[in-house]
Design a protein around this ligand. Structure first.
Ligand code: NAP
Length: 322
């Protein structure tokens, strides 16, 4: 171990000096620029929540490299404004689909869209931190439906289209989780709670932990030669979502936040970098596989993992294909 890596480790252990923009700059010194010097022409990508923040930056990065990008946005007006901006900025092939990830029927409609016959990249980016409990038409809490159940529905519905590419290149699923999940131990009971006091930050963190486990569970079940599944966290990035849902955090940290492009860098890297195509079931931060546990007592057992899988399928109302 070099002094440099000891120094890096010490700074990373502070969390703030790792998740912030100085952390990105320090980590980026180890990046290989060739990793994102890729030609994505002929590839088809879908990015949820692509009209804002990290989703917008991810869609831009994919389109700039030649991918056809389907922007899955819940609001048609916001989606179309973003699509036009992206076309202007990138000259790429960007298409808007109005999809509310938390809504069962909306997801089902997108999955059945005959306009998309194949998908190479699926980015589960849409996210929201709610101040008050809200429910979906099918009775799920909205944070759970947006981060956990909706993405599984989307994955299952699109699975027949997520196929290996012409050169035997697997399709890729990327989950945008959060470092906010680190203090949480997976709890299906907490995810399932439908009453009692609502703490939006705690519910969000529980769902972000569930995303990481769900990505691993999917990876265990998918043939990695055909589809891979990886999760990541972006650190702290200045996005409209952070400004509106965490105003005090934003006020204190705004000078040290990453740009949306820096926050989205590892999303794009996982979606596009050729040499990491075979990686699956791992958790990434700044292009490095990292542990999903930093604190004692957060490791879930096999039984809880199994419960998450079964319960999420039950909430989704869909079977795992035999
Ligand atoms: N920024 C950070 O520092 C940070 C840190 C950790 C994790 N993350 C994660 O990064 C992802 C992107 O967040 P962001 O910071 O870029 O926030 P953002 O600017 O608020 O973007 C979130 C996007 O998700 C969309 N969305 C929310 N609920 C949706 C639904 N039900 N269906 C479809 N789209 C939906 C939003 O649409 P509207 O515009 O219509 O609301 C928006 O386009 C989230 O998963 C978030 O949890 C961000």
């Amino acid at each position: 171990m070099t002094n440099r890596s000891l120094f890096d480790r010490a700074l990373d252990a502070t969390v703030a000096l790792s998740f912030d923009r100085t952390g990105f700059a320090r980590h980026a010194r180890g990046f290989d620029p060739a990793d994102l010097d890729v030609d994505l022409r002929g590839r088809v990508a879908a990015v949820t929540g692509a009209n804002s923040g990290l989703g917008f930056a991810t869609a831009a990065g994919l389109a700039r490299r030649g991918a056809q990008v389907h922007m899955l946005c819940r609001n048609e007006e916001r989606g179309e404004i973003a699509r036009k901006q992206l076309v202007e900025q990138t000259g790429g092939d960007l298409r808007l689909s109005v999809v509310d990830v938390s809504d069962r029927d909306s997801v089902a409609r997108f999955c059945a869209d005959p306009g998309i016959s194949r998908l190479d990249i699926l980015v589960h980016n849409a996210g929201a931190l709610l101040a008050e409990r809200e429910g979906t038409a099918d009775g799920l809490e909205v944070t759970l439906a947006t981060h956990v159940v909706g993405p599984l529905r989307l994955t299952l519905g699109l699975l027949p289209k997520l196929v290996d590419g012409p050169e035997g290149r697997p399709a890729r699923i990327v989950w945008v989780s959060s470092g906010g999940m680190y203090p949480k131990r997976l709890s299906v009971d907490r995810l399932a709670a439908t009453s009692g006091p609502f703490d939006g930050v705690a519910v969000y963190a529980d769902c972000k932990r569930a995303q990481v486990v769900l990505s691993e569970l999917l990876a265990e079940r998918l043939d990695p030669r055909v589809v891979t599944s990886n999760a990541m966290h972006p650190g702290w990035a200045a996005t409209p979502g952070v400004a509106s849902s965490l105003p005090r955090f934003h006020a204190v940290t705004r000078r040290i936040l990453r740009s949306p492009e820096e926050g989205a860098d590892t999303v794009l890297w996982l979606a596009a970098c050729a040499r990491i195509g075979g990686q699956t079931g791992r958790f990434w931060f700044d292009r490095r596989a990292v542990s999903t546990h930093l604190l004692p007592g957060t490791r879930e057992g096999a039984e809880e993992r199994g419960r998450l899988w079964e319960q999420t399928l039950a909430w989704a109302g869909l079977p795992w294909p035999a």
